[in-house]
Write a protein that binds this ligand. Structure first.
Ligand code: NAD
Length: 410
């Protein structure tokens, strides 16, 4: 991963300043985190750095996942918190942006240590968390069990029940029936809009998916089940390619059994870098940040890219892709299904009402198609001279700045 992800964000906002004519004060508000909380989590003789960052809370309490990863750092967590601000604003849900992280390798520790780290994360930050302050959720290498430990620790510390302080919980602890594959579901809804908008034929398009975790594998499964052809998938150990299409259900079984898609024997083994260069129609990025940079952007052959991961394309790479006429459906739109369903969960927790699953599915579709229409309409209104990301950012930034103005901060 590149060291300075946030410098990409600064460049993007500056480029939007040129289009929108933002003032210096507005730029400062958009690029300054509201609160950075830091901690050192001690487990026996190890010390793991940890962060919880609220980037902006003008539209509501902080909202964003917690990442457990051996390479996470403050720059990454801050960038992820910024993107949550944009995403929540675009989705018109009543949240600001936040994110958390602990730097350690959760794959190399026992379940007991994982629980200890999760509880210690809450011990360190419980005072700045809460259903009306800042609400964590799962992200890379965290899951509903970890949310359950975190909730339990928070309630022990504060002495009362407050399920709305965290989302992505198991159903028994007042989670939401839609949450488990909400991000993938959202990605699928956005994909269908994209296919319709750009007149693509789902039977003939070829798709490659980088990242085969909660978001990537679930989305691949939905696409496969709906007649889309997925020719390549990858995880952190590498990828597989089959020209005529992979049987995704089989790949999922193999990954569960042996730990990696590379154990799937009916396809050709390829590296993660070569997956990005495959002659496909649609490339889905569902792993980590900074996967397409100025170094490999010119090699991309796909005509459409969907960002399910947060920040997989750098600012410089975006410019190259735009010049090559490659359409990028940005993360803040394509993966917003996760946080929208987190919002449903939070609403249920705050009111005590359990909403019908079909109703929530409809609401998710409505919210995402709404976001899609807003973004496409601004893009077309600008005669396609801006990319979809810039359109999404402009819409989101306008709401954040309007809230800041109403609060008298500008
Ligand atoms: P996950 O931990 O379930 O899966 C991550 C996957 O990426 C794994 O298969 C891993 O092997 C793979 N991976 C890691 N490094 C890779 C590399 N260099 N090349 C290829 N694959 C690699 O995580 P997830 O929840 O699926 O999240 C994936 C991305 O989606 C992250 O950027 C996350 O922030 C974003 N996202 C997730 C959600 C969600 O609800 N899960 C919501 C919004 C955004």
């Amino acid at each position: 991963m590149q060291k300075k992800t946030f410098s990409n964000i600064t460049e993007r906002i500056k480029s939007i300043q040129k289009i929108k004519g933002l003032t210096k004060k507005e730029i400062k508000i958009l690029l300054t985190p509201k609160r950075i909380s830091r901690a050192k989590i001690k487990v026996r003789n190890h010390i793991f750095p940890a962060w919880r960052i609220v980037f902006n809370d003008a539209l509501g309490p902080g909202k964003g996942g917690v990442r457990f990863h051996p390479e996470t750092n403050e720059d990454e967590v801050m960038s992820l918190a910024f993107w949550m601000m944009i995403k929540d604003s675009l989705a018109e849900i009543p949240y600001g942006g936040a994110k958390g992280g602990v730097r350690f390798n959760p794959k190399k520790v026992s379940s007991q240590t994982l629980e200890t780290v999760s509880r210690k994360f809450i011990d360190a930050f419980y005072k700045v968390l809460g259903e009306d302050k800042d609400i964590p959720a799962p992200d890379v290498y965290t899951n509903s069990q970890i949310m359950a430990w975190m909730l339990d620790e928070y309630e022990k510390k504060t002495g009362h029940h407050e399920p709305g302080m965290i989302t992505g919980k198991p159903l028994e602890l007042q989670g939401c029936s839609l949450r488990a594959n909400a991000t993938a579901k959202g990605g699928f809804i956005v994909m269908k809009e994209m296919v319709k908008e750009f007149n693509l034929n789902k039977r003939s398009v070829k798709i490659a998916v980088q990242g085969f975790g909660n978001a990537g594998a679930n989305l691949a499964k939905m696409l496969h089940g709906n007649g889309f052809k997925i020719v390549s998938v990858s995880d952190s150990r590498g990828g597989v390619y089959k020209k005529d299409g992979l049987d995704i259900n089989e790949v999922i079984k193999i990954k569960k059994q042996f730990g990696s898609v590379t154990n799937y024997s009916k396809g050709e083994k390829i590296s993660n870098q070569s997956l990005l260069k495959l002659p496909v129609d649609i490339l889905i990025l569902a792993a980590l940040e900074n996967q397409i940079t100025e170094k490999n952007a010119s090699d991309v052959k796909a005509k459409y890219i969907m960002e399910i991961a947060n920040g997989p394309i750098t600012y410089q790479a975006d410019k190259i892709l735009f010049s090559k006429n490659i359409t990028v459906v940005p993360d803040v739109l394509a993966n917003s299904g996760g946080v929208i369903v987190s919002y449903f969960e939070w609403c249920q927790n705050k009111t005590g009402n359990i909403l019908d699953k079909d109703y929530l599915e409809k609401l998710l579709r409505k919210k995402l198609t709404n976001s899609w229409k807003k973004v496409i309409s601004l893009y077309k209104g600008n005669k396609k001279q801006i990319d979809l990301r810039t359109a999404a950012y402009i819409i989101a930034i306008e709401r954040v700045l309007a809230a800041e103005k109403l609060r008298g901060h500008i």
